[in-house]
Ligand binder design. Structure first.
Ligand SMILES: C[S@@+](CC[C@H](N)C(=O)[O-])C[C@H]1O[C@@H](n2cnc3c(N)ncnc32)[C@H](O)[C@@H]1O
Length: 216
């Protein structure tokens, strides 16, 4: 018997998790353990209401502390390719898109579908074409060594498996690229320790608002 199921990769994995193909009472096909474990990464989206409250609060945060001040420290420039990892509702995505201009690009990455929807909707409404959203909890699918700056703002405290994420960020950053980090939930020395102990990055600059790391 042939059964045809049309689905995307995520859907396939979800189906495969529940599916062993059985012939004459023997399992003849099941998805490899390794692949299932990868898809079962622990970082999961927060509740929708929690995300909406956070997005509302960020409007006030951004009025008090302009995202542009953070981006100024990173020295991003026209034509750069930026990855905002854990971009949330996009406080840093839109100012970054303005700085890099039409020849640049901002990849806005978040595991939450609401973050992706909010950014897509706002970009469409404003006619902004240099923002691309990616919904993921680790793997970005971006080309290796293609990114000039990765922003990780207010997110590293949420990583349950930081090592895998830093490997991915290391892969996509250009050799001289900058990983820019800030986190109001962590002490400064804990931010540095978390990154240095879980990655192949070294601290190269401490600004007023952000830490800049580069590949070792
Ligand atoms: C506190 S918000 C900060 C958002 C944004 N960086 C800012 O400062 O405005 C953290 C965001 O990171 C996302 N996030 C958490 N863990 C993640 C992961 N493993 N991969 C991608 N996004 C993640 C959450 O869904 C949330 O939108």
């Amino acid at each position: 018997m042939l059964i045809t199921i049309s689905t995307d990769r995520r859907g396939f994995v979800r189906i495969a998790e529940h599916l062993n193909i059985v012939l004459n009472n023997k399992i003849v096909y099941s998805l490899s353990e390794e692949k299932i474990v990868k898809e079962k990464r622990k970082d999961k989206p927060m509740a929708g209401i929690g995300f909406k409250v956070m997005a509302f609060m960020f409007k006030f945060r951004d009025m008090v502390n302009s995202p542009k001040k953070y981006l100024k420290e990173v020295e991003m420039k026209e034509g750069d390719k930026i990855l905002d990892y854990g971009c949330g509702p996009g406080s840093f995505v839109f100012p970054a898109a303005e700085i890099v201009g039409e020849n640049g690009k901002v990849y806005a990455t978040d595991l939450h579908p609401l973050a992706i929807n909010m950014i897509d909707k706002k970009a469409r409404k404003k006619g902004i074409t240099n923002i691309e959203t990616i919904q993921t909890n680790c793997v970005t699918g971006l080309t290796s060594k293609s990114i000039d700056v990765v922003l990780m703002y207010d997110v590293i405290h949420m990583f349950k498996e930081p090592k895998e994420i830093f490997v991915e960020i290391h892969r996509v950053l250009k050799p001289e690229g900058i990983l820019s980090v800030t986190n109001p939930h962590m002490r400064e020395r804990d931010i540095i320790t978390k990154i240095v102990e879980n990655s192949e990055f070294k601290l190269v600059k401490q600004g007023e608002k952000t830490f800049s790391f580069q590949k070792k």
